[in-house]
Design a protein around this ligand. Structure first.
Ligand SMILES: NC(=O)c1ccc[n+]([C@@H]2O[C@H](COP(=O)([O-])OP(=O)(O)OC[C@H]3O[C@@H](n4cnc5c(N)ncnc54)[C@H](OP(=O)(O)O)[C@@H]3O)[C@@H](O)[C@H]2O)c1
Length: 308
């Protein structure tokens, strides 16, 4: 019963959050074949799904923090003639991000998927400062540094080979407006969306396609890690569907929303301040329910722990 209520609130959350802007077609035909892809957060969820749905003709550079999980994905996707390398890196650490840039350049990538992301349910002033910093470091800073560090080389190689490169940045339906009690996460995703759209315009005319991929609820470890209990939201998409839709949209659109009807995302539906107030009430109820469901020893705060 309680779980159903949380799920319903989650659905409403997804329906209330955001507004979608879609660029016009920039390419027609089937998804491009990429030679070498770098995927961050390739050990789980959508990132792993990207690794699995890319064709075996695409070599992979997989990034994550968990060496055993990286090795497992590498083993599963290995094929004769296919190169798969892994980089163990914490993207919250700038020195590690620099290592990933160097490895990506040396690998000669033509597809960069900035996928890794984290969030933490709870009020900004209640959450541990480290978790708020972590969300900004991984969702914002690492995305900027990887994009700035790798895209110039990708464009140069694409021009030399007379091909096109690709850049996908994972935003979210939470990118389209404030989400109280998930504030830092939603703000970081708003950055990702705006950043991707801005970079796409700056690179207009260059041999690279840029996409902000904005998933709605997707089955992965994300929710549990962020402190939501009750499992995945009803209607949550399979991560492989999200990855496939993202790859299909790359080069056709600048923004792709998955898992939710774009009609719900019209900002004219509700004034922003009203939407924020309504969503704040929904999210506060969710946080209170999570806190009520905590083991007795848990601190009585409006926040929950997230792994990592
Ligand atoms: N699932 C959803 O409903 C949903 C909705 C909208 C947007 N998104 C976005 O989709 C992206 C993928 O999320 P997901 O749902 O697939 O979540 P997930 O299952 O939790 O996977 C997250 C991935 O990011 C990696 N990661 C986390 N922190 C990292 C760090 N500091 N350094 C390096 N890698 C790190 C994790 O690897 P390790 O933990 O092994 O290091 C894992 O591979 C995120 O950007 C998320 O914001 C998800």
């Amino acid at each position: 019963m309680e779980r159903d209520m949380v799920k319903r609130e989650g659905c409403l959350l997804e329906a209330l959050v955001s507004a979608a802007l879609s660029g016009g077609d920039t390419r027609s035909g089937t998804p491009l074949a990429y030679r070498r892809a770098l995927i961050t957060g390739a050990t789980s969820g959508i990132g792993r799904a990207f690794a699995e749905v890319l064709p075996p003709t695409t070599d992979l550079l997989l990034v994550g923090r968990n060496p055993a999980a990286l090795a497992e994905v590498e083993r599963k996707l290995a094929r004769p003639g296919r190169t798969i390398e892994t980089v163990e890196a914490d993207l919250a650490d700038e020195a590690s991000v620099a290592t990933v840039v160097a490895r990506g350049d040396a690998f000669g990538i033509d597809l960069l998927i900035n996928n890794a992301g984290v969030g933490r349910l709870g009020a900004v002033v209640s959450n541990p400062p480290a978790s708020e910093r972590n969300a900004v470091a991984v969702n914002v800073m690492a995305v900027v540094l990887l994009t700035r560090g790798l895209v110039p080389g990708m464009i140069a190689r694409a021009r030399g080979d007379r091909r096109r490169a690709g850049l996908i940045i994972l935003a979210s339906t939470a990118a389209f407006g404030p989400v109280p009690y998930f504030t830092t996460y939603a703000a970081s995703k708003a950055f990702d969306l705006s950043f991707a759209e801005g970079v796409a315009e700056e690179l207009r005319g260059q041999p690279i396609d840029v996409l902000a991929l904005c998933p709605g609820a997707t089955r992965s470890q994300f929710g549990a890690r962020a402190g939501f209990s009750g499992g995945n939201l009803p209607g949550a998409l399979d991560p492989h569907t999200v990855a496939r839709q993202g790859l299909a949209a790359l080069g056709r659109h600048r923004v792709k929303v998955t898992g939710i009807d774009q009609a719900y995302l019209n900002p004219a539906l509700l004034p922003r301040c009203v939407a924020t107030r309504v969503l704040g009430g929904v999210m506060r109820a969710v946080v209170d329910r999570m806190a009520a469901g905590s083991p007795p020893a848990a601190p009585p705060s409006r926040s929950r722990s997230v792994r990592g």
